[in-house]
Design a protein around this ligand. Sequence first.
Ligand code: G
Ligand code: G
Ligand code: MN
Ligand code: NA
Length: 258
Amino acid sequence: LQLRADLERAVGAGELVLHFQPSVVLGEDGGPAPVHGFEALVRWQHPTRGLLAPVHFVPLAEESGLVVPLGTWVLREACRAAVALHRPGRAPAVMSVNVAVAQLAAPGFVELVQAALADSGLAPHLLVLEITETAVLAGADVVAPLLARLRSTGIRIAVDDFGTGYSSLSYLRDLPVDVLKVDKSFVDRVVDDEQGASVARAIISLARSLGLETVAEGVEEPAQAAWLTAAGATYGQGYLWSRPVPLAEASALLEEPA
Ligand code: G
Ligand code: G
Ligand code: MN
Ligand code: NA
């Protein structure tokens, strides 16, 4: 309960910070992987408990409704960070932001996204909103039209933790999304596990046949990256290339590919 009161204050008090984890283009032959973009991941610089990971406060924020103001701060800050990473003569990096279903369903969310883009000067096609597969499934009737409206503003939509939600794959065909983020639990099993590899290959093939890009999450081993590249995954994200890092380090990753 103390933590909840603290969190209520923290959003306004400048105690939240963003770290950024790169996603990279899975190229041909194991050469250096160019950074495609970053996922913004929130942390809480707590006055006495130190830097808290989302697992310690995002669920609390979701239960209490605080995820709406928290998410608004994250969205605006991530758009500003994306613009701060622009350099002349360099392809601009894409910025991905996690969005809780309560945010999406709150009145005025589409307008909020448009204001965050306008105020920061970020081009819409450089913003990706990540919605978890379970959130999409739980509120398909409400969520799909909202995603369609968001997409018509030029931003892109990713389904996060894809494959964990026991969805029927046919629902994807009708969902207005652009990217599937293949959950780490599948990536963990692509090497030395024939059935694991089959499942991951099926997800990647399905995405390709629907014209969706894929981001393989939680890549830790070069052998996994090689397997995913051969299977046709579009991008990779994971400790193999970088942990989530502060903005200055993210900028350095753009100067010198992972
Ligand atoms: O790296 P990490 O521990 O930061 O992230 C853990 C989880 O917290 C991930 O599932 C991620 O989706 C979630 N998360 C991180 N940042 C945000 C955020 O800004 N908003 C929401 N809703 N979830 C976030
Ligand atoms: O939004 P999402 O649930 O995808 O959040 C990504 C989470 O996974 C974050 O907590 C991030 O720190 C974590 N993560 C990212 N890459 C790796 C990885 O290679 N290994 C592990 N164990 N965790 C990772
Ligand atoms: Mn995510
Ligand atoms: Na994920």
